[in-house]
Design a protein around this ligand. Structure first.
Ligand code: C5P
Length: 222
C-alpha cells in the first residue's frame, strides 16, 4: 500500500505552490514542487547554452541533473551542483525556458521517476501541471486550482514588488498568457485537470479560504 498523495495542479500563479506548502506543513507530509525540477533543468540548459528545442540534449541534461532540495534557515532551498540557485530559478528568463524544456517528451520522461521518488510515508503533497494526470494517477485527492490570468498577473506583480523587482503588469500578463498557451497546447502531458480532480477557482478568494476548502476535501477522501 502506497503512501497517499495529494496532487495540486494548475496554471502558474494560481497559488498552488503556496497552498501545497501550507498543506504539507499542516499534514506533516513531504512536498514536491515539480516545477522546480523543470526550472533546474532549464537553468542547467541555459548555463550550458543548450538549444532549448533539442530534446536529445535536454534529456541528457535532465538525466544527469545533480540537484538537492534542502531546508536552510527554515526556508526551502534548491541546489544545482551544490550551488544555491533558489532565487535564480525564479527569474522570468528561467520561467520561460522551463516551459520550453517542459514541452520536450524526453525531458518529461527523464524527470518522471525522480518525481515518484518523493512519495514517502506518511504522505506527499505534489504540485505542478500533470501530478494528477501522469505522475500520480492513483492519488486519492486531486485538486485543479485556477484563477483568471489577470488575477495571477496581479499576484505575481505584488510578489515581485515586495522583493523590490520592478516589472510592468502588462509584460507579466503577456508572459503568463504565453506560458499558459505553451503548457496547455503541448502534446506531452498538457496542463489539464484529471478526470477525477476537483476544480477550484481561487479568483477573489484568499489563501486561507482556499486552504480550508482543500483541507475539507482531504478529510473527506483520506
Ligand atoms: O510551477 P512552475 O511555474 O514553477 O513551473 C515552471 C514550468 O515548468 C511551467 O511553466 C511548466 O511549463 C513546467 N511544468 C510542467 N509540469 C509540471 C510542473 C511544471 O510542465 N508538473
Amino acid at each position: 500500500n502506497q503512501p497517499p498523495v495529494i496532487t495540486i495542479d494548475g496554471p502558474s500563479g494560481s497559488g498552488k505552490g503556496t497552498i501545497a506548502k501550507l498543506l504539507a506543513e499542516k499534514l506533516g507530509y513531504a512536498l514536491l514542487d515539480s516545477g522546480a525540477l523543470y526550472r533546474l533543468t532549464a537553468l542547467a540548459a541555459l548555463e550550458r547554452e543548450a538549444d532549448l528545442t533539442d530534446d536529445a540534449t535536454l534529456t541528457e541534461i535532465a538525466d544527469g541533473l545533480d540537484i538537492r532540495f534542502e531546508v536552510c534557515d527554515g526556508k526551502a532551498a534548491a541546489l544545482l551542483e551544490s550551488r544555491d540557485v533558489t532565487d535564480d530559478i525564479r527569474r522570468e528568463r528561467v520561467s520561460m525556458a522551463a516551459s520550453k524544456v517542459a514541452a520536450m517528451p524526453g525531458v518529461r520522461a527523464a524527470l518522471l521517476q525522480r518525481q515518484r521518488d518523493f512519495r514517502q510515508p506518511p504522505g506527499l503533497v505534489a504540485d505542478g501541471r500533470d501530478m494528477g494526470t501522469t505522475v500520480f494517477p492513483d492519488a486519492p485527492v486531486k485538486i485543479f486550482l485556477t484563477a483568471s490570468a489577470e488575477e495571477r498577473a496581479r499576484r505575481r506583480f505584488a510578489q515581485l514588488r515586495e522583493k523590490g523587482v520592478s516589472v510592468s503588469l502588462r509584460d507579466l500578463l503577456e508572459d503568463i498568457r504565453a506560458r499558459d498557451a505553451r503548457d496547455t497546447n503541448r502534446a506531452a502531458s498538457p496542463l489539464a485537470p484529471a478526470e477525477d480532480a476537483v476544480e477550484l477557482d481561487s479568483t477573489g478568494i484568499d489563501i486561507e479560504g482556499v486552504l480550508q476548502r482543500v483541507l475539507q476535501l482531504v478529510r473527506e477522501r483520506t
